[in-house]
Design a protein around this ligand. Sequence first.
Ligand code: ADP
Length: 370
Amino acid sequence: MRGPDFSRLRWRLLAANLLVAAAGAAAVAAGVWLAAPRAFEDAMGGMGGMMGGGMMGGGMMDPLVRAAFGDAVGTALILGLIAAVAVAVVVAAFLSARIARPVSDLAEASARVARGDYAGRVPPAGGEIGELARSFNEMAAALEATEQRRRDLIGDVAHELRTPIASVRGYVEGLEAGVFAPGPDAWRVLDEQTARLAHLVDDLALLWQADSRDLRIQLEALDGPALLADARDRHRTLAEARSIALVLGEVLPTTVRADRVRIGQVLDNLIGNALRYTPAGGRVELGLRAVGTEAIIEVRDDGPGLTPEQAARVFDRFYRVDSSRSRDVGGSGLGLAITRSLVEAMGGTIGVASPGPSRGSRFRVSFPRA
Ligand code: ADP
């Protein structure tokens, strides 16, 4: 694909300026030709009156004076025209540097983007074209980031699928070859691995929906303390099984503007993680308070905690602090990425703070109060 030829734009700018200069000169010439002799005669007549007749007779200009006047006006017009052409050329060169070059850079860069090469940027320029160049660079950067995320996602998904698929295939081949006897052990492994695959696919579908704002979100005024009490009740059995105290801490009466189902999912993910990663004998506490127009929910645990680097990455897709431990407890590495997408889809924000490794984590979600 050939880009547009911008040397033509330069010539067009020059032609337009010359045209303006020529039209200006023609208008001035016409005006001078029509109005100047009469104005000159009137002026000379006035002076003649003052000087007692002089070179005028009966109000008519002497032919010699008229010819001299015509020559003078003609010379002045030609000099003016030359000056106008010079100015037109200089202005055209200036405009061409200010417009034609940046426009040509933009056209080349957008042709590259259209071919799927998002790395190119256009050099900065001044004025409105500079604004356009800046917007273009921002758009190219956003497209580049999206493309990078898409590539990363495909790589991550392929990597995540490989292990359970290899494991299922290995088992099926072993069964076929008679290496394993069909029986409860084989069915359990196959069941676990296919469940892991199904879980991963469900998580990916949910993340995709939340990221593409394709979720049905129905925001309503919800009773905050009731939400936390329900979430605690849903996890009570699991907490008891893991010998972890799951308690309501300071829970102040506050309404929360959120989607009932999705906020339930957010709390389930955060409490589920706290119960998974906190060792037996630990404590998980839920809290709720209002700060200004925000309702702030906290899920605190006294588990392994996070370093600042880990805390900065836990909401990334497929990020796990300890991969083998997360996989052992059935983690897909997508839980917090989904949680963040759900929170943001409801207009909230989420963050985590940890005083350091082994000193617990504090996940904080804030929603507008209803
Ligand atoms: P996973 O499916 O692995 O749990 P998540 O996205 O839910 O994935 O969490 C990402 C990682 O963040 C986990 O693998 C774990 O290492 C860390 N993490 C999450 N919650 C906690 C917590 N309450 N305490 C310590 N680490 C946590």
